[in-house]
Design a protein around this ligand. Structure first.
Ligand code: SF4
Length: 340
């Protein structure tokens, strides 16, 4: 049982279950990199490797259209792979962009194979945010990324940024760097990235995910450490509420950082409404189990745990005081109406 601030938790839970959850689509679970610091090479998801088929994407589009009455940002997921491994990446993005619910598209990529696609065409799409993962210095790139593609990847990122600049920086570009300590801030390639992306958009990862103990200190960049595993996990994790993921074969899952059978709450081919699926028995049971102290095994050692009450607090700090009061009021009325 959750002790103490029970009502605060009940309110946070109601808030996240009632709002439209952001949606992510998994185009593929294959990857072009073999990063030592990622669990991909351990094949932890246990699923067959492949890309989302057109039939699955069409079904997802149909349901998202019904679910989202307001235009929304669609994110393309990379929990287990890189989107550029999907041959139809460009065509799929164009199809999504043509939908009335699509306000913008965000994706994350290691950029190794970006040159397989027509970047000029890609730029014409409503890209919202593009996040790159990269390692500066050829030797470190080879060691940490497991592939010999440093120059090609750097060129891809710089070209993408150049084309984006031509379009008045319509998409926000950001970059996470995996590099040894100490880092040479005067390096010529790093300076090129700085001027292409801007200083505030580049961050060096210093605290790493150990992927439930699969990744050791020898796998991460030198001089770095791991995030601590919080022991007190009584309040359910924000991961259960944060995003609705539609995986490549149509399964719908929660948790943005792990793919695991425990997080599957349904399949788009078995439902005619994402709203019903999101508020369905499987999702509620997953949350109720946590409330009873029965956490999914994978959550017990996960360092990404974040109590949903804290997420609710930070949402609540956003916007004007008037808007926050109105949003709270609407939710209270709605919950009374549905008897929750
Ligand atoms: S504890 Fe980790 S694996 Fe579990 S829901 Fe939260 S973020 Fe996901």
């Amino acid at each position: 049982m959750i002790q103490g601030s029970k009502s605060r938790y009940a309110f946070a839970k109601g808030f996240f279950l009632d709002r439209i959850a952001p949606i992510g689509l998994e185009f593929t679970n294959q990857c072009s990199g073999r990063c030592t610091f990622c669990w991909y090479r351990h094949n932890t998801d246990g699923r067959s490797k492949g890309a989302m088929g057109k039939e699955t994407l069409n079904r997802a589009i149909k349901l998202i259209d019904e679910y989202n009455k307001e235009p929304t940002i669609i994110s393309i997921l990379t929990s287990h792979g890189d989107i550029t491994m999907c041959n139809k990446f460009g065509a799929y993005l164009a199809l999504l962009a043509s939908q009335r619910f699509c306000k913008g598209i965000s994706f994350f990529t290691n950029a190794i194979l970006l040159n397989r696609f027509d970047l000029g065409k890609l730029m014409k799409l409503p890209l919202h945010q593009v996040h790159f993962s990269f390692t500066v210095f050829e030797e470190q790139f080879k060691r940490l990324r497991g592939v010999d593609a440093y120059h090609q990847t750097l060129a891809n990122i710089l070209e993408f940024a150049r084309l984006n600049k031509q379009r008045w920086n319509r998409a926000v570009l950001s970059m996470l760097l995996a590099n040894d300590k100490p880092f040479d801030y005067q390096d010529a390639d790093y300076r090129k990235l700085l001027s292409a992306l801007g200083k505030k958009n580049i961050a060096i990862i210093e605290e790493w995910d150990d992927f439930n103990g699969l990744i050791t200190v020898n796998d991460i960049p030198r001089g770095h450490g791991f995030k601590p595993n919080i022991q007190d996990k009584k309040v359910p994790c924000y991961g259960l509420f944060r995003k609705m993921k539609i995986l490549k074969d149509g399964e719908v899952a929660v948790c943005a950082v792990r793919v695991n059978p425990a997080f599957i709450i349904g399949n788009i081919f078995d439902y005619y409404s994402l709203r019903i699926l999101w508020n369905g028995e499987a999702h509620r049971e997953l949350i109720a189990d946590w409330e009873r102290g029965k956490l999914p095994e994978i959550c017990k050692t996960c360092t990404h745990y974040h109590p949903v009450t804290k997420s609710y607090d930070s949402y609540n700090r956003q916007g004007t005081f008037f808007n926050r009061v109105m949003a709270d009021l609407k939710l209270r009325i709605k919950r009374r109406h549905y008897g929750r």
